[in-house]
Design a binder for this molecule. Structure first.
Ligand code: SF4
Ligand code: SF4
Length: 969
């Protein structure tokens, strides 16, 4: 230990309550005391936020005339600190008394709830103070705000500590809360003192988690009361929605066997943050619509086809829908001016209409039928007649077992999942370029970046918690360049925003590279030692001077020069990209450009630099790692490599694995249409809504000889099933999940599955055994242990060493290390260890706008919803916040079309027509429209084109030509 008189460089030594303590320079007294196990009470302080020292609860005696606020006062060499004296305790008690005197009495509003962790009440208890609200003026003028569906605001309970303001601004970067008013009338305000529910609040709940009183509290969901933590069971697990994979804890009321609320949990990536889906979107599992018993289609319900009236109608012309007299989810506020009220029914599959076509069966009968029919089709049609769609919502163990079943049971590589619809082109380009499909660094590494490009990613909606780190990085000096046809909220947080025309990414990035090379901003040593094919790349981008790039992309040449300058000179840089890059027929070319841009500037393999395709689903990385793809066995070992095949035959005790690559999602649908694939096992996928050109999907599903759907709800796809198996939700099983950062985390069982619903891997194992595979897994851990032996990237990981935060892979020493953040520090995973630069020429999209279809349609997600909406539309909070389908239009386009906010619009492409409400949005560019694809009553994928990228085989979800008109036009 350093001497107390001198200290050592970078540290100071002081005495706290008589104990000598050494701390790093700049450490606050509160932190140093806390590290030494000395508790100093606080109210306004939370270590995650910049300290403000306003509440004075944490004051300590430093020998000066006045007490010092320990949360802001830094330690000094030789300082003598006393944290508790009768005088200090009197001061704290008095403060508490003053604060508690005008707190509302708990019985004032029985609807008000608290998590039971009211820090002010805990202090009152400590000092023996009781509050009865007697000092609260009869009409304080502050009152309550219950306008948010999920958060209750009681201004009278607010002590103006600003914790919520800092949580909203500094942590989530949402900048919604401020202060308003003067004197006793001062209160926290949302935007311009709007009701919270009408403000720009995105319901992330970070302010609730921050509030030390009952001022901001969660409202009960599904009438499950929010009781004190001590009365609830805490289960540590991971959010089931997006690839960010935020760690959280569910607080479970065991009397009611239901979740009362969720809270973010500390983890190196998400750091306790959540978005609205993670914090409030978990009650879908308790929906009365859960499937609870196996179902078999009635003989009278053949020939097969959709069973819902709205789907049976001719959706391609948009005219033949039944009118159930309600709007989507009964949305009362939806303005229907000019439209046909209630034209599209309800939003979810109508159980009353569909269920009568099925009869209940025992598991034995249903599984027996599945095994028999799939075996018969296989015997008759060979391996090519069978295909399986797994799910990126399922665990690694389930993905591994599912592909093993399809490969060893039916000897085909026809197994795929939604990665095909998400980042297949990114993965294709990454494998070609750097020999690995995973991210080269974590999203949190942005804190070390001088510059970051966020492109083709509506990250505040799709990866909200990752975006909070992007926003935070900018506040700390990282230059953010945002590139997207839509001016999403990230544009508000960018130093440079480039609103390029849809489908022009290659031209734009070639323009940037042209300029970087011209200005000599390349890292020549890196290019020489770590890349190949630079000269060809240089030759290609020579043809893309900024002026030509401007002509194609619409981004001004000067802005392109500015981006090149910033990227080439601002220090280490990371590129984050989403499906705006990948979901194009040129998706692989788009990603090739990003890889080249990073590589020629030396931006892969050092802190704060790299490539990060933000993965969509919670386990899309893991499902791909586990080989739930037709061209790879687990860990991306090539399916058509004889040596790999022989290794897996040996490991799995199988003699005749398929020697050729299988069909992808879209190819399977095409094959089914032609009678090639005849039997399918669909585990947790809903291609009827998620795949492009769904009229074609509908025909393909109708043609199948046999379809088994394993899911938690009756989905649109299940309407075509012969057998429906009730599955377990994410909350009802143990398993591991791998997030976008390569972090493998344990998801833990929170609740029992309802009725006869079963854990998915057990069902897969039962089918395997009925077709004679002889599997004997007892637990998910058994599967993990086998899988790790075949997945070198996961080497060393086990259920025992994943710990509460999970671990990044690769990880040579999980007992001591969180894992590898920055990959490829020395060489890439390619055969020669070099990054292969692949030049790309710009190609236009496949279906350009014309006179008949003059607008470009872009599809994607909303913050509140997930994919086909089967979970989120059954979540009270998410459905309440975003109940209906919308088409987002530029104000001038809307005006030209005679559409106002809320008016019903009819959107048609060459493949179909939908009707939905207009959202006038300044975030769109002229000539473009955006439609989220979650809503079956206005299914965006009726319009999309099923052209695919030739390498990644990903469909063009982001570009097709449409016509827009008033629905009554
Ligand atoms: S819920 Fe989130 S966005 Fe809304 S006010 Fe609170 S912190 Fe801000
Ligand atoms: S950011 Fe993604 S993982 Fe995190 S809470 Fe939201 S949906 Fe869940």
């Amino acid at each position: 230990m350093a001497s107390s008189a001198q200290g050592v460089t970078g540290t100071v030594t002081l005495t706290i309550d008589g104990r000598e303590v050494t701390a790093a320079d700049g450490t606050t007294i509160w932190r140093a005391a806390s590290d030494a196990g000395i508790d100093i009470p606080v109210l306004c302080h939370d270590e995650r936020y910049d300290p403000v020292g306003v509440c004075r609860m944490c004051v300590v005696d430093v020998g000066a005339p006045a007490f010092a606020a320990s949360c802001v006062r830094a330690c000094e060499n030789g300082m003598q600190v006393t944290t508790s004296t009768p005088e200090l305790e009197r001061s704290r008690a008095m403060l508490t008394k003053l604060l508690i005197s005008d707190q509302p009495p708990p019985e004032r509003d029985p609807k008000q709830t608290t998590t039971g962790d009211n820090e002010l009440l805990a202090l009152a208890e400590r000092f023996g103070i009781t509050g009865d609200g007697s000092a609260l003026p009869a009409a304080s003028g502050r009152g309550a705000d219950l306008s948010s569906p999920v958060i209750a605001v009681d201004h009278d309970a607010c002590i103006l500590c600003d914790r919520c303001v800092r949580a909203c601004d500094d942590i989530q970067g949402n900048d919604v809360i401020g202060r308003s008013g003067k004197g006793y009338g001062t209160l926290i305000a949302f935007d311009l003192r709007d009701p919270m529910g009408a403000s720009s609040c995105v319901s992330c709940g970070e302010c609730v988690a921050a509030c030390p009183t009952g001022a901001l509290t969660n409202k009960p969901i599904r009438d499950i009361p929010i009781r004190p933590r001590s009365e609830l069971d805490a289960v540590d697990t991971v959010c089931p929605y997006c690839g960010v994979g935020c760690a959280l804890t569910y607080y479970v009321d065991r009397d009611k066997e239901a979740i009362a609320y969720a809270e973010g949990r500390e983890q190196p990536g998400s750091q306790g943050r959540l978005c609205v889906k993670g914090r409030y979107g978990w009650d879908y599992a308790a929906s009365p619509q859960r499937l609870t018993v196996p179902l078999i289609r009635l003989e009278t319900s053949y020939p097969k086809g959709p069973l819902s009236a709205d789907v049976r109608g001719d959706m391609a012309t948009g005219g033949e829908t039944s009118d159930h007299g309600t709007t989507a989810n009964g949305d009362p506020g939806q303005k229907r001016k000019g439209g046909k009220r209630g034209r599209r029914p309800g939003g979810l599959v109508d159980y009353a209409e569909v269920l009568p076509h099925f009869r209940e069966a025992t598991w034995e009968e249903a599984l027996g039928l599945v095994a028999r029919r799939l075996s018969e089709i296989h015997a008759d049609g060979g391996p090519g007649a069978i295909a399986g769609f797994g799910s990126a919502k399922c665990s690694n163990e389930e993905a591994y077992l599912f592909q093993k079943l399809i490969r060893t049971g039916f000897h085909t590589n026809n197994v795929d999942h939604c990665t095909r619809l998400c980042h297949a082109s990114s993965v294709a380009a990454l494998f070609e370029g750097i020999g690995s499909g995973a991210v080269s660094t974590t999203y949190g590494d942005i804190r070390n970046a001088g510059v970051a490009i966020v492109t083709g990613s509506n990250s505040t909606a799709n990866h909200p918690v990752a975006s909070s780190f992007f926003k935070q990085a900018r506040r700390n000096g990282t230059t953010i360049i945002y590139v997207d046809p839509r001016a999403d909220k990230m544009a508000d947080h960018a130093d440079i925003y480039c609103q390029l025309k849809p489908g022009t990414d290659v031209a734009f990035y070639n323009g940037i590279m042209h300029e970087i090379i011209r200005l000599g901003l390349t890292d020549d040593e890196y290019i020489r030692t770590r890349t190949s094919n630079f000269e060809n790349l240089k030759k290609t981008v020579e043809d893309y001077p900024p002026e030509r790039a401007e002509q194609i992309s619409g981004v001004p040449a000067d802005t392109i020069r500015q981006v090149a300058q910033a990227w080439g000179s601002a220090g280490p840089g990371i590129i984050f990209w989403g499906m705006g890059i990948s979901q194009h027929t040129t998706g692989t070319d788009n990603a090739r450009c990003l890889i080249a841009l990073c590589a020629i500037t030396g931006n892969i393999g050092k802190p704060g630099s790299g490539l990060h395709p933000l993965r969509g689903q919670n386990n899309v990385q893991g499902a791909s790692d586990m080989g739930l793809i037709p061209m790879f066995y687990p860990d991306y070992q090539k399916a058509d490599d004889p040596a790999v095949r022989s290794r897996f035959e040996q490991a799995w005790g199988s003699t005749d694995l398929d020697p050729v690559r299988g069909l992808t999602v879209t190819e399977i649908i095409g094959s089914a249409l032609k009678g090639g694939v005849r039997g399918m096992y669909m585990l947790g996928e809903n291609p009827f809504l998620s795949d492009p050109n769904i009229n074609k999907v509908r025909k393909a599903l109708s043609k199948l000889d046999f379809l088994v759907v394993q899911d938690i709800f009756l989905t649109e796809t299940a309407e075509f099933a012969d057998v429906i198996l009730p599955a377990s939700s994410y909350l009802e099983k143990d398993g591991t999940f791998t997030n976008t950062d390569r972090r493998v985390q344990l998801g833990r069982k929170v609740l029992d599955p309802p009725g006869q619903a079963r854990v998915d891997w057990e069902v897969v194992q039962d089918i395997a055994n009925l077709i004679g595979l002889g599997w004997h897994y007892e637990t998910a851990r058994d599967i993990f242990d086998e899988m790790v032996t075949l997945v070198p990237s996961y080497q060393n990981l086990s259920y025992d060493n994943l710990g509460p935060h999970g671990k990044l892979y690769p990880n040579p020493d999980p007992a001591r290390s969180d894992g590898t953040v920055v990959m490829f520090t020395e060489k890439f995973n390619t055969d020669d260890g070099l990054a292969h630069l692949v030049p790309a020429e710009w190609l236009p999209a496949k279906e350009l706008p014309d006179e008949q279809y003059p607008y470009v349609l872009n599809t994607g997600r909303m913050l509140e919803h997930w994919h086909t909406g089967s979970m989120t539309r059954r979540s009270y909070a998410l459905d309440a916040i975003a109940p209906s389908a919308l088409v987002f239009l530029h104000p001038d386009d809307a005006k030209e079309l005679g559409l106002e906010e809320g008016d019903m619009a009819r959107v048609s492409s060459r493949r179909g027509t939908i009707e939905l409400a207009t959202k006038v949005s300044h975030r769109e560019s002229r000539g473009n429209c955006f439609i989220p694809f979650h809503f079956r009553e206005a299914a965006a994928n009726l319009l999309t084109i099923d052209e695919i990228d030739p390498f990644g085989k990903i469909p063009e979800f982001k570009f097709c030509a449409v016509r827009i008109e008033r629905a009554d036009g």
